[in-house]
Write a protein that binds this ligand. Structure first.
Ligand code: HMH
Length: 231
């Protein structure tokens, strides 16, 4: 990631937003271990749904990649999203005693649907480098948050959200972030100005959705129209 690279530029552009993510009450409470269990359960259920869409966007990136190394990276990441992260979620679902009926009764939130749909639309209709930029915050922001929380909670032996923090503070996850950044930097360096601009936009939008995702869990966001329809 050299000076003037795509990643350097977009990390600067989203610096305030990333700070707001770190300082969001959901994340400060998550780190303090005081986060309301219902809020975390809501987050876990929404995130399981998000990860299905994220994984499909990554699998699509794999099929659209022009380079076999990139194809392998995105295919591997698609798999990890559905296995490693899904088992993290399953652990919390079990701990909270959420039954299949409980789960199917929880509506996918507007923000979760918005972010998932945005990634799917980008996967299917934007240029491949724009897709790479759109999925990058999902890696990078989580690793950044995970690493900060690990640092803040290192001394706490019995932390209720330890499994979550460990997943995203893991060196293997950090390695995948490095690869995602390298790929995106390479694609941006080869892209024309119009595609590059779309890449910047996609990275910023996805980072905004990252903030919104935490915020929607904090508010346990529902559909304002829910009382008028039966779904
Ligand atoms: C919303 C969201 N973004 C990124 C990740 C990391 O994969 C996740 N689990 N959830």
């Amino acid at each position: 990631m050299g000076e003037g690279s795509f990643c350097t530029e977009v990390w600067q552009r989203t610096a305030k937003l990333v700070r707001a993510i770190h300082e969001h009450p959901f994340n400060t409470a998550l780190g303090a271990g005081t986060l309301d269990r219902d809020k975390f359960a809501f987050y876990i259920v929404q995130d399981a749904r998000y990860l299905e869409a994220f994984s499909k966007a990554l699998a699509t990136a794999s099929t659209r990649a022009g380079d076999v190394g990139e194809a392998a990276f995105y295919a591997q990441s698609a798999n990890t999203a559905l296995t490693a992260e899904a088992s993290l979620h399953a652990g919390y679902v079990e701990e909270y005693g959420l039954s299949p009926d409980d789960l199917s009764g929880i509506a996918t939130s507007p923000t979760c649907l918005g972010y998932s749909s945005y990634l799917q639309a980008t996967a299917l209709s934007a240029p491949y480098p724009v897709l790479a930029a759109a999925v990058l915050p999902c890696f990078w922001v989580y690793q950044d948050v995970g690493a900060a929380l690990l640092e803040r909670t290192a001394g706490a032996a019995d932390h209720p959200y330890r499994a979550w923090i460990s997943t995203y503070a893991d060196p293997a996850f950090a390695e995948s972030v490095t690869q995602a950044k390298e790929i995106t930097d390479r694609l941006a360096a080869a892209a024309g100005p119009e595609t590059r601009e779309q890449m910047v936009h996609a990275f910023c939008r996805a980072t905004e959705y990252e903030w919104m995702f935490w915020d929607s869990a904090w508010r346990q966001e529902t559909w304002p129209t829910a009382e008028w329809v039966s779904l």
